[in-house]
Write a protein that binds this ligand. Structure first.
Ligand SMILES: [Mn+2]
Length: 260
């Protein structure tokens, strides 16, 4: 196992439990971005109507860095939608991804019910879930794992905080632009899915029923020997979510004005 193995147990979670990931809310507010966010908000309204639990499995923001007293303003419509569904009783859990690791108390205390800086696990209706954003798992990602250690270090974050936000965000924009290429060849996607299947099987052997990951921008629900691997897709081209109804976990494609 090469991935992070820390797990935190969540309290009981109301059903249904929804999982989404890789929304990559953009810093630039183009018309297409507003349109895309509206589709996401329709989904959130649906979650608000059904009630239950929402798990956001990383890379919610394309770039996010929070200062002691300052948060990015471009995401205000999103903050508003989250606070609305929480007011309706939905609990929102957030696992940070590689694009949005740099959170502080606005995210951890004010916006979400609970935020996780690493993999997490929980039980619901007799099923065991292992939830990871999924970055750093691939055997050929050694260089990235080293980089991740540095950019997540307290020293790096402390230093970055002293850069003026205009410069800090310009840099963030540049970095996220470099990683903009999310569509991979079928062959590469297959290699990823095969490798994540090995990790999922390890977890299933430990007694988990579902292994849920984001990050890879492919949508897959794979039945394994004793459970399932779900790769959550994204909200850039797939508009996918997984839903656990108390019995099974299934991947769905959100369609505009869906009312299921
Ligand atoms: Mn990611």
């Amino acid at each position: 196992m090469t991935g992070p193995r820390e797990t935190i147990s969540l309290a009981t979670m109301d059903l249904p439990i929804y999982f989404i990931s890789d929304i990559h809310l953009m810093l630039k507010k183009s018309n297409s971005e507003i349109e895309r966010q509206n589709i996401l908000f329709q989904f959130l309204h649906h979650v608000g109507d059904t009630g239950g639990t929402l798990v956001i499995n990383g890379d919610l923001f394309d770039f996010y860095f929070e200062y002691k007293d300052v948060i990015p303003k471009v995401f205000v419509p999103f903050y508003h939608e989250i606070l609305k569904i929480r007011e309706k009783g939905v609990k929102v859990h957030y696992i940070v991804g590689n694009h949005d690791y740099w959170v502080q108390d606005f995210i951890t205390e004010d916006l979400f019910d609970k935020t996780y800086l690493s993999d997490t696990s929980f039980n619901s209706s007799g099923k065991k879930f292992y939830v990871t954003h999924g970055d750093g798992y691939l055997s050929w990602d050694r260089g990235y794992r080293f980089l991740r250690k540095i950019i997540r270090s307290r020293l790096f974050i402390w230093l970055y905080r002293w850069i003026h936000p205009t410069i800090g965000y310009a840099f963030g924009r540049w970095v996220s632009k470099k990683g903009e290429h999310y569509e991979h060849s079928d062959e590469y996607n297959k290699r990823i899915a095969d490798e994540m299947t090995i990790h999922a099987n390890n977890s299933l052997e430990e007694g988990y029923d579902f292994f849920i990951t984001g990050h890879y921008h492919q949508a897959k629900e794979l039945s394994l020997k004793s459970g399932k691997l779900v790769i959550l897709g994204d909200w850039l081209s797939f508009f996918t979510y997984a839903k656990f109804d108390g019995e099974d976990l299934k991947l769905h494609y959100w369609k505009k004005n869906e009312t299921m």
